[in-house]
Design a binder for this molecule. Structure first.
Ligand SMILES: [Zn+2]
Length: 325
């Protein structure tokens, strides 16, 4: 039985709250807006209860083409801190954030944490490949940058944020090692990752797997017939057993490649759906950054003839949380 509060107690509570604005302000979580889940998830882990994160682009949303909604503008207007990736990932939204930066702390976390020299260059308008989260050791560099910025926004929480950052960096180091080990289990000749768009170049470079995207770095142009034929030829030549669809990309292109390869006599199947530019549902393991990389890596290794390595002790808590063996 829940005791009923009398009307007078409620009124007294309301009065005391309104009389203590300073105390209320100190308890109020800092309102953080992040563009993609791969940033929002990490911000929340670092900031804990001291911050409340609003992620603009949820599961299945393509950041390259994203346009801010009226709701986003309202959310951004109420933000204490805005975190985006930069290096062209968010397309035209980059200009929008440059304007917000004039009146609210706004940080392009990749640009602040990852040096241009470490990026893979491209010949599109942006000149660099923005899919940096695919290399865990690179993405880990946004952690100290974000921790410093969050501590500035929530100074009372600085010690907690530093401790959270240290613990999370240890998890990412373990995830990086596990990913490299798992990809190395794929037989060398089959170590080739064919996906719809070029989101996996950093993954390929970091974990020693050849990568072929049917379509370019951004999703702005449709794959041409020539791209589809070229990819099918590669699959036939290398006897690739499986190729992958992406959660943010229309699977039509992949289907066209599979049909072309099958017609040329190479049986190829869909090895699973990979998270490329967005994480999965927050209620699932793939809905956080560690889980996104874990799910992708396990799917790639399994479909191409490898075996996922045992999870390291540093990821035991994460695995237990999501009931992963
Ligand atoms: Zn992309």
């Amino acid at each position: 039985m829940v005791p009923m509060l009398s009307r007078s107690i409620l009124l007294a509570t309301a009065a005391s709250l309104s009389l203590a604005p300073l105390g209320a302000t100190a308890q109020e979580p800092v309102s953080v807006v992040a563009t993609v889940g791969m940033i929002g998830d990490i911000a929340q882990i670092l900031g804990g209860d001291c911050i409340a994160v609003d992620t603009m682009m949820g599961p299945g949303i393509d950041p390259h083409l994203y346009q801010a909604t009226a709701q986003d503008v309202q959310t951004l207007n109420g933000a204490d801190l805005i975190l985006y990736s930069g290096y062209g990932l968010e397309g035209q939204l980059g200009d929008v954030f440059a304007r917000y930066a004039e009146r609210v702390p706004t940080l392009a976390v990749s640009e602040a944490g990852i040096a241009r020299d470490d990026l893979i260059t491209t010949d599109d308008a942006y000149g660099v490949d923005p899919h940096l989260w695919m290399d865990v050791s690179l993405w880990a560099r946004i952690v100290p940058v974000m921790a410093a910025q969050l501590s500035e926004s929530a100074p009372d929480c600085a010690a907690d944020i530093a401790a959270n950052a240290q613990a999370y960096e240890a998890q990412l180091a373990a995830l990086n090692d596990w990913t490299r080990q798992t990809i190395a289990s794929i037989p060398q000749t089959q170590r080739i990752l064919v996906t719809a768009h070029d989101a996996f170049a950093y993954y390929g470079r970091a974990y020693d797997i050849e990568v072929a995207g049917i379509q370019g770095i951004s999703t702005q142009s449709e794959a041409a017939i020539a791209d589809i034929r070229q990819t099918a030829d590669l699959i036939v030549e290398r006897e690739v057993p499986a190729i992958f669809v992406e959660s943010t990309i229309n699977p039509r292109t992949i289907q066209a490649v599979i049909e072309a390869a099958n017609q040329a006599g190479q049986p190829v199947e869909i090895g699973g759906e990979l998270f490329s530019d967005a994480m999965g549902d927050p209620a699932t393991a793939g809905g956080n950054y560690i889980g996104m990389i874990h799910a992708n890596t396990a799917a790639i290794a399994t479909a191409l003839g490898g075996t996922p390595a045992p999870l390291p002790p540093a990821l035991a808590d994460w695995a237990a949380q999501w009931s992963i063996q």
